[in-house]
Design a protein around this ligand. Structure first.
Ligand code: GLA
Length: 386
């Protein structure tokens, strides 16, 4: 099936609701390095994808939100005047954002919406953040409210934390709202200051979707957060000023780590070394040193696999196969883990042959046909001009 275009979405909306909508989009993301650091007040380096979720919207006279998902061929309605509780499905992302927007002082209008995405849920490319940000942008626009991207990102994160029940950090929502064309963003997850890091045209970012999504992803994620909190509680007894793992240096962990239980030490070691790797990777990228960037990406994967224990056999296989392909500087899992995607930094001259080398071997060994694509960093959420 050929994917639908934003134009198709416009026509589908007109046919279903009998009036003209306005269109908004918000992108998914790939994270180059800095995994499981965002909720530790640390550093991340994501890029927005040129793949997005689209929302067509038109206001209603009442306070009802009526949404049709083109991908799922499913509908729901929610009355903003009535109390709402989660139903543990895709509608939670939409309702959660609407409720958080209202809690933060916006008076929303009822709206008819149609949602379409080229990002599949659970693929590890932050389809959920893209849904939240596109819906949030659309609802604010329909209400005539000014858009503050940072506020929108925080509202979307709160919706996911509180209504959906996933204790995610701010990375995915932030990059979906703030993406800069041609650049990754170095984000300090404590100050929420971000700086664009241009991606040199001499390299390409290759994303491989393993096509697996293990069920444990959500529950294990929340457990990792708890392990990090335990590490902070213990380390703050002997190191001054530790509010988050961001405040612990590698030498400090080496000195004080012995008092942590083995598993907690491994979790802390991943986060503390990963924060350092992010800053080093940015320096290397900016110096055009792709060999060093790739080395840091590889080290990030090893740390996620061995210390943070969030990889899986399919991700490990994809990373191994990618590293043996010509022109590959480095390769790692990206996102929360337990399936989803890998990201590889590849010499531009070798990028075209990459999928034909990695794809068939992965398919032969797993029976799964991976989706492999080159990603050009795109813009953050906004209106779609047709
Ligand atoms: C998920 C979460 C993010 C981040 C990553 C891991 O994508 O939504 O906040 O924690 O996992 O880096």
């Amino acid at each position: 099936m050929t994917p639908l275009s934003p134009n198709d979405l416009l026509h589908l909306f007109e046919r279903r609701f009998g009036r003209q909508p306005i269109l908004f989009r918000a992108p998914g993301r790939v994270n180059l390095i800095g995994e499981h650091t965002d909720y530790n007040d640390g550093f991340v380096l994501p890029a927005a994808l040129d793949l997005a979720t689209y929302v067509a919207v038109a206001p209603r006279e009442d306070r009802v939100i009526q949404v049709h998902s083109v991908n799922l061929n499913a509908d729901f309605t929610a009355d903003l005047g009535q109390p709402q509780s989660p139903v543990h499905g895709w509608s939670d992302y939409v309702v959660g954002v609407a409720l958080e927007l209202e809690k933060s002082g916006h008076r929303l209008k009822g709206s008819d919406m149609m949602v379409m995405s080229v990002l599949s849920m659970g693929s590890g490319l932050s389809a959920s953040a893209a849904l939240e940000a596109s819906v949030g942008y659309a609802l604010l626009s329909v209400a005539g409210a000014p858009i503050n991207r940072l506020d929108l990102a925080k509202i979307c994160q709160r919706a996911e934390n509180e209504f959906v029940g996933m204790r995610c950090g701010i990375m995915d929502q932030f990059i979906s709202c703030h993406g800069v064309e041609g650049c990754a963003l170095l984000l300090d997850c404590r100050s929420l200051e971000a700086r664009p890091v241009p991606i040199d045209p001499k390299v390409r970012i290759l994303v491989c979707n393993t096509m697996v999504h293990h069920q444990l992803a959500g529950s294990e994620y929340n457990l990792r957060r708890r392990d990090c909190e335990t590490a902070v509680a213990l380390l703050s007894q002997t190191i001054d000023g530790v509010r988050a793992l961001r405040d612990v240096s590698v030498p400090e962990l080496e000195t004080h780590g012995a008092r942590l239980p083995q598993t907690i030490l491994k979790r802390a070691r991943h986060v503390v070394t990963e924060n350092k790797r992010v800053l080093e990777a940015v320096a290397a990228l900016e110096a055009g040193d792709f060999i060093e960037t790739g080395r840091l990406m590889n080290a990030s994967h090893e740390s996620l696999r061995d210390d943070y224990n969030v990889s899986c056999p399919e991700l490990d296989l994809m990373v191994e196969l990618s590293r043996t392909a010509p022109g590959v500087y480095g390769s790692r899992m990206t996102g929360g883990g337990f399936g989803g995607c890998t990201v590889s930094l590849v010499d531009a001259a070798a990028a075209e042959g990459f999928a034909d080398i990695v794809g068939p071997t992965y398919e032969k060994e797993t029976g799964l046909k991976p989706m492999i694509f080159s990603c050009y960093p795109g813009r953050g959420a906004g209106p779609v001009v047709l």
